[in-house]
Design a protein around this ligand. Sequence first.
Ligand code: FPP
Length: 288
Amino acid sequence: MKHLQQNSGNLDKLSAKEREVYARLDAARLPRHIAIIMDGNGRWANRRHLPRFVGHRSGVQTVRGVVETAARIGLQYLTLYAFSAENWKKRPQTEVDFLMQLLRQYLKQEVPRLNRNNVRLTYIGRIHELPENVQERLKWAEEATAANTGMVLTLALNYGARTEIVDAFRSILDAARNNGGIDHVNIDEDLVSRHLYGTLPDPDLVIRTSGELRVSNFLLWQIAYAEIYVTDKLWPDFEGTDLLHAIGDYQRRERRYGGLNHKSNGIPSSREDARQEREEAPVLAGRK
Ligand code: FPP
């Protein structure tokens, strides 16, 4: 039965508020791949005079809700920046240990829910550098969801985009060595893409919470033409309706991939066009 549900979502399960926002979207023009920089757990906790770990725990609740909403609307790919490669080096060991423990718990608790929502779990990043017991849990969860045919949920763990590109160069050289040497390699964009982690399509929309206007070493190659939506909401406060609002904002933009806009010469012909152009400007357009 499962394969019949592929990406059809489960709209009946949306909350009343989510349904209201979803009704204003064009269901035929959902982004194919949304990538999220989840930021602001620490500030969320600080504002409540709570320790940072409470913020991370609350961030996990948000992950749960957003994954479910995304699966219900039939999104094909969702990628979450869970731990950057830099997080390991720059945070106290106690916080890193806590995040590892949280990830193991999340995986154990979430697999049944991911299966109910037909979600397949994958990972990008230098997974082999993570603690052994985390790697084992990751492998278990990936295998336990491998048969699902709906949304692909990718967790970026110990991930850095520059490291990914370095690893791609190494992988290209290894492949060349095994296939007649470097002279036989035709280096083009497609080749580089194929040697990046995973087999995901490029994101159409990147969402960042907590108002920071940075991409923080996330999917640098893949987001070349992505639309960027930044909200001031801190990650633990982000809800399914916020995801849907971000999609609505995305749908109001015109993607040009370096070409001209739909008006033949691309030059705004009136004040109204100029206003629209400003509103479509990336980054700030999505800020609330
Ligand atoms: C940013 O908050 C968030 C992280 C470093 C990690 C994100 C992790 C989670 C949401 C929980 C674990 C995720 C999974 C999938 C189990 P921050 O600490 O940088 O916040 P701050 O910038 O306000 O200090």
